[in-house]
Design a protein around this ligand. Structure first.
Ligand code: HEM
Length: 498
């Protein structure tokens, strides 16, 4: 246990984080800060010109601030109504080590800043763009395997989670390695297991870290990790499992990299393209392209893209079962534009405004990353009447925008009408930002969109989705992890259409 005075000292250094509507920063924050802005801490009082702050997850209360359930790191407990587009404050523990990375772990796309990030991001964006056609073909192929697996279920009920995560992980395997795995391949299943276990442990570690801080539970070693990361490197705990898993994931990717050799001509996948880039840049001492950043950047694609896309797909199937009339209208769209046997492609969606609106509403309603990932302010920033000092951690609240009452009447309701105009055409909204905005916005938005549409259309070409309870008993309200939300577990059956 830390003595009270030490705790107080730590608390005085607690950083407050801002949750606000617009995104004026570019640097996402991962790992530990070495220093924070110099602010004096005072419970429930404004410090300098900064927005008022508080410690932990106690209700902040009042006015333009949001309230957070006591001692919970549950974003669902945030009262979004209170945001109203105004700067709001939640405080989190200091040095919020969101992702527990060993110090030796090299930077990839999602975990770097500055020149390294710029080079890696530019390369990844260009590569995914040049592979776009090939990626769509891979997704179509994977959607075929999804349907094949579902046929083999012969209408038996299933929880689709495992199958969907195999589908989305395999799509990324095709994109990264240029080839896919059999769904029962042991190496592949181990890879998925490690990714999922890390996501789960990270979420639970962070939850405990912050709830520990909120409750003043200084004996909680996870909280201590945020303050003394180097000490905890030598202590047992779930963060050690994360390190171990991460090393195994790295080895998996490294084995795949060794199988690839840069070939002239069009690269077959991300790794192929990266190896070519490394070769081109081998004389450049400032190059960000190294075997280590290749492994980390490849892993970043899986960490950011596999579970996120499968959760959205899972939520979409649930929504379609809860609202059979929506499912029926999407099916009609598919029959009209694509037909029973043609392979769906993203271009079809432009002729299917209702289906497009449903997909938008799925993203909006789920709000997969409600508080986005933490960013840090790159310079002193004046926001409304508040000065946000350079380096402050902020959480740009995507959900505040996705649930804006003026833009989406009855935001708690699942209603594709939120994205349709009076003539049934797609209504675009600048409040629709599930992939975030700005330079650090999601790199995989296009890939995720193709995956979601092609899987949906292929599924409904073949099946009707049937729930195992009356539709009104299905619960669309998501469960909450640290960074992401997820649909509650459910069972579905698929009735063949033909
Ligand atoms: C429905 C699925 C997805 C959603 C809702 C989603 C959402 C997000 C969000 C909110 C961010 C943080 C943006 C920010 O920092 O402001 C992000 C970052 C990122 N996403 Fe996605 N994502 C999805 C799928 C994917 C896929 C399939 C990939 C794989 C290619 C991917 C790769 C990334 C990467 C690499 C970053 C970090 C970008 C950077 O820091 O420059 N995401 N995503």
């Amino acid at each position: 246990m830390l003595p009270d005075s030490a705790l107080q000292q730590q608390q005085q250094q607690l950083w407050f984080s801002l949750v606000f509507h617009s995104i004026e920063t570019e640097v996402p924050f991962w790992g530990s800060f070495s220093e924070g802005p110099s602010v004096s801490w005072a419970s429930n009082e404004a410090c300098c010109d900064c927005p008022p702050c508080n410690v932990g997850w106690e209700p902040v209360g009042g006015g333009s601030r949001i309230s957070v359930g006591q001692h919970q790191l549950g974003v669902s407990s945030v009262s979004w109504e209170a945001c109203g587009g105004v700067a709001v404050v939640v405080s989190v523990g200091s040095w919020p080590s969101v992702v527990f990375l060993p110090p030796s772990w090299p930077p990839g796309i999602g975990f770097s800043n500055g020149e390294t990030w710029r080079q890696l991001r530019q390369f990844a964006t260009a590569t995914l763009c040049s592979l776009e056609e090939r990626i769509q073909e891979r997704i179509q192929e994977e959607a075929g395997f999804l349907v094949e697996s579902l046929w083999s279920m012969k209408g038996r009920p299933l929880d689709p989670s495992r199958l969907l995560s195999r589908v989305t992980t395999n799509i990324l395997c095709s994109v990264a390695f240029g080839s896919r795995f059999d769904y029962e391949d042991e190496e592949f299943l181990r890879f998925i297991h490690l990714l999922e276990e890390n996501a789960r442990l990270q979420s639970c570690t962070m939850t405990k870290a912050c709830s520990g801080a909120a409750a003043g539970a200084t004996g909680n070693h996870r909280w201590v990790y945020n303050v003394f990361p180097s000490v905890l490197d030598y202590c047992p705990g779930s963060h050690q499992t994360i390190f171990k898993n991460t090393n195994e994931l790295k080895q998996f990717i490294s084995r795949r990299v060794k199988k690839e050799a840069p070939q002239p001509g069009t690269p077959r996948g991300f790794i192929d393209a990266f190896l070519l880039k490394m070769e081109q840049e081998k004389w450049n001492s400032r190059s960000a392209f190294s075997p280590q950043s290749l492994e980390r950047s490849t892993l970043d694609l899986f960490v950011a893209g596999a579970e996120s896309t499968s959760l959205v797909l899972k939520y979409m199937l649930l929504a379609l079962m809860k609202y059979p009339e929506v499912q029926e209208k999407v099916r009609q769209d598919i029959d009209r534009v694509i037909g029973p046997s043609q392979t769906p492609c993203l271009a079809d969606l432009s002729q299917m405004p209702y289906t497009d609106a449903v997909i938008h509403e799925v993203h909006r309603s789920l709000a997969l990353v409600p508080l986005n990932v933490p960013h840090a302010v790159t310079k002193d920033t004046l926001f409304r009447q508040y000065l946000i000092p350079k380096g402050t951690t902020i959480f740009p609240a995507l959900k505040a925008s996705l649930y804006d009452k003026a833009e989406f009447p009855h935001p708690e309701r699942f209603d594709p009408g939120h994205f349709l105009d009076g003539k049934g055409a797609l209504r675009k909204s600048e409040f629709f930002i599930p992939f975030s905005i700005g330079q650090r916005a999601c790199l995989g938005e296009r890939m995720a969109s193709v995956t979601i549409f092609v899987c949906l259309a292929t599924l409904l070409q073949h099946f009707r989705l049937r729930p195992h309870v009356p539709p009104e008993e299905l619960d669309l309200s998501p469960t909450v992890g640290f960074l992401t939300t997820a649909p509650k577990p459910y069972q579905l059956s698929l009735d063949p259409r033909w």
